[in-house]
Design a protein around this ligand. Structure first.
Ligand code: NAI
Length: 335
């Protein structure tokens, strides 16, 4: 049987710690996976002058999937674009999926939170079309009918697959009449193809408030790039923080999976990084690859470790090191 080829990017800061943990766990699932490591990120740029080379992205694009650790990004106009946005754009990974699910044992605002954020990943204000004229800076927001259509379809197909009752399109069409207007009208049209799923729309600022007062009102949130980026970090706060939140970037040919958190320079090297978000990203990867049973088994093992609370990292109230957490998950997988 041909091997399933997985690209791994360890990244910067705590990236190597959480990726090594997850690679060890995946290697113990008795799956036919073959891992290839690729270098990218800030450390790589210091050595080579580039955060990620075009050839690396092309090679990742030929793999079955990629699991990426966080990479450090420099701020400022003279700096290169980050690794994740570059890969997303070059491989056209247009759907960013973030499941927001509370887990027993992890302190969170609402214990029964269970929703998805589907964010358009290639358009909007993150297109990078910015320029300056004198003392004024401009940013161009790009929304297309085809881009809105495919992300809306992704969200409704997800709702159908996950047996969810409702999709909420989040926008600011009352102010951004052209861009959000096109997005919203396209979502409305796609919704007609899915009569069994309820469709509603909501303004982004009201949604930000409702997420921390009545998150149960949401099931699948469908939104544009910038709004999705902000709302999904807000949602990470609902379920125990950035250490707990996985993500997937999915295109028509391949997909990239990564924790939502960054390189956490404040704890890098201390060996206390929580690998949960990366392990959960690998669960999404296994589901994408059709390894549903292994995905379920891994998520259950992780949930057990979290629920027991004996071997968890400091960010979620324990005092375990990353390798001890990893060992605890492995013990649940192979008792
Ligand atoms: P961050 O997510 O790295 O850290 C925020 C806070 O959360 C810190 O206190 C950190 O210790 C904690 N934290 C994050 N992940 C954790 C984990 N797994 N376990 C325990 N604690 C964790 O955000 P920050 O500090 O704003 O960004 C640091 C760098 O990461 C920046 O260069 C930023 O651009 C980059 N970044 C990269 C991302 C990516 O590669 N996808 C995503 C977000 C940020």
């Amino acid at each position: 049987m041909p091997k399933t080829r997985i690209a791994l990017i360890r990244g910067d800061g705590i990236g190597p710690e959480v990726i090594d943990s997850t690679e060890e766990i995946l290697s113990n699932l008795n799956l036919n996976l073959e891992f290839t490591h690729f270098e990218a990120g800030y450390k790589h740029m210091k050595k080579t002058g580039s955060q990620i080379e075009d050839e690396t992205i092309e090679e990742i694009g030929r793999m079955d999937a990629c699991l990426k650790g966080p990479t450090q990004t420099a701020f400022g106009t003279k700096t290169q674009r980050g690794v994740a946005p570059t890969i997303r754009e070059k491989l056209d990974l247009y759907a960013n999926l973030r499941p927001i699910k509370s887990r027993k044992g992890v302190k969170c605002l609402f214990p029964d939170t269970d929703l998805f954020i589907v964010r358009e990943n290639t358009e909007g204000l993150y297109k990078g079309l910015e320029f300056k004229s004198g003392e004024t800076a401009f940013g161009v927001r790009v929304i297309t009918k085809s881009g809105s259509e495919r992300i809306a379809r992704f969200a409704f197909n997800l709702a159908r697959k996950e047996k969810r009752r409702k999709v909420t399109a989040v926008h600011k069409a009352n102010v951004l009449k052209e861009t959000c207007g096109l997005f919203l009208n396209t979502c409305r049209r796609v919704a007609e193809e899915y009569p069994e799923i309820k469709f509603q729309d909501a303004i982004v600022d009201a949604t930000a408030l409702k997420l921390i007062t009545k998150p149960e009102e949401f099931d699948v949130i469908l939104t544009t790039n910038l709004f999705g980026d902000i709302l999904s970090d807000e949602c990470a706060g609902l379920i125990g923080g950035l250490g707990m939140t996985p993500s997937a970037n999915i295109g028509d040919r391949t997909a990239l999976f990564e924790p939502v958190h960054g390189s956490a320079p404040d704890i890098a090297g201390k060996k206390i990084a929580n690998p949960s978000a990366t392990i959960l990203s690998s669960v999404l990867m296994l589901e994408y690859l059709g390894e549903i049973k292994s995905a379920k088994k891994l998520e259950t093992a992780l949930n057990q470790v979290l629920a027991e609370g004996r071997t968890v990292t400091p960010d979620i109230g324990g005092n375990a090191k990353t390798h001890e957490f990893t060992k605890a998950v492995l013990e649940k997988l192979h008792p």
